[in-house]
Design a protein around this ligand. Structure first.
Ligand code: APR
Length: 320
């Protein structure tokens, strides 16, 4: 059977890390694409030379021509610019919107059957724009944010309680921004809900609140430290988990920016919710009952995402 093909649009910090992880996990052959000529080819060659040492069999190639992504099974999009200290994700909107127009066209013309994962920020608006520009079915275009945000939440909690990250399960709802909603009620350590762990004295409510806050600002904390760009290892790992669930039909339940058509009372918008990812793409949207407080935070987040999509429309974005 032919190997699957993974196209990475954008060969910067995240793109290069995605290619390495795809190789290490033997997910398929990898094509790196970038408008900066030479970079995708250089990274592909470097990673191909790591293959004999690591023992992965994958063909890695680089291109600046969209014809190179023809027939890709999965496309992961990081093309655009990352933020610098002092910038919010929303400050990237104007530049990255134009990038989504060209990327969407490239996907539509070369691999319309692919499963597409968008990472470019501001995520919830960019995944909407990419879907519009590509014209692909909504179930095949999804945004990576929730897996990353919940991984940050899980890391901080595991560190605080001195338990394995593997045993901490959590997810966040809403947009990928300051209004995201880490769901404390559904966060567990080996099945024990976080509110019970507070009662058991494993963690204080004050520390939970501080960790929720740190999670919301998790991206900015890294931007402030790196100064030249934003996080790339954890974003790449998160998108690879989503790609793997699709390619291996694992049907994992992962929080993603998914297209809502009435669920959670939201229509025609991409927002972060738990979904099942399998061979059909987004196969199911998990609709939770929210408490009044969670609903209020979620609605605030939805309003923020709506504002970004409106801003895209005002900038003259028309899609494909
Ligand atoms: N088409 C293809 N590639 C493009 C385009 C375009 N129109 N415009 C820019 N690029 C490429 C750049 O040349 C660069 O190599 O996208 C790459 C982005 O890489 P980095 O600048 O290293 O950014 P990275 O850290 O990978 O983040 C990419 O993901 O998390 C988000 O906010 C982040 O939007 C940013 C994106």
């Amino acid at each position: 059977m032919a190997r699957t093909k993974i196209a990475l649009i954008g060969s910067g910090q995240i793109g290069g890390t995605l290619a390495l992880l795809a190789g290490l996990k033997e997910l398929g052959d990898v094509v790196l694409f970038d408008i900066a000529e030479g970079i995708p080819d250089g990274k592909a060659l470097d990673l191909a030379q790591a293959a004999p040492v690591e023992g992965y069999d994958a063909k890695l190639s680089g291109t600046s021509d969209y014809a190179g992504i023809a027939g890709a099974d999965v496309v992961i999009v990081t093309a655009g610019v990352p933020r610098k200290p002092g910038m919010s994700r929303d400050d990237l909107l104007g530049i990255n919107l134009k990038v989504m127009e060209s990327v969407g066209k490239g996907i539509r013309e070369n691999c319309p059957d692919a499963f597409v994962i968008c990472i470019t920020n501001p995520l919830d608006a960019m995944v909407w724009a990419l879907r519009e520009a590509s014209g692909l079915p909504h179930a095949k275009v999804v945004g990576m944010a929730g897996v990353l945000d919940s991984a940050r939440f899980r890391h901080f909690l595991a560190d605080e309680m001195n338990v394995s990250v593997q045993d901490v399960s959590a997810f966040v709802l809403g947009g990928h921004g300051d209004t995201m909603v880490p769901t404390v009620r559904y966060t567990t350590v080996a099945g024990i809900p976080l509110p019970d762990l507070v009662k058991m004295g494993w963690i204080t409510q004050e520390r939970v609140d501080a960790i929720v806050d740190r999670t919301r600002n998790g991206g900015a904390e890294i931007v402030g430290l790196l100064k030249t760009g934003s996080a790339f290892y954890a974003p790449a790992s998160s998108a690879i988990a989503m790609a793997e669930s699709y390619l291996r039909d694992k049907k994992r339940v992962l929080p993603c920016a998914a297209y809502l058509s009435g669920q959670y009372g939201v229509d025609d918008l991409y927002v972060g919710v738990p979904v099942v990812i399998g061979e059909g793409g987004v196969e199911r949207i998990v609709e939770l009952e929210l408490t009044a407080e969670e609903q209020e935070m979620f609605s605030k987040s939805v309003t923020a995402v709506q504002g970004l999509v409106e801003a895209c429309k005002k900038l003259g974005f028309k899609g494909g």
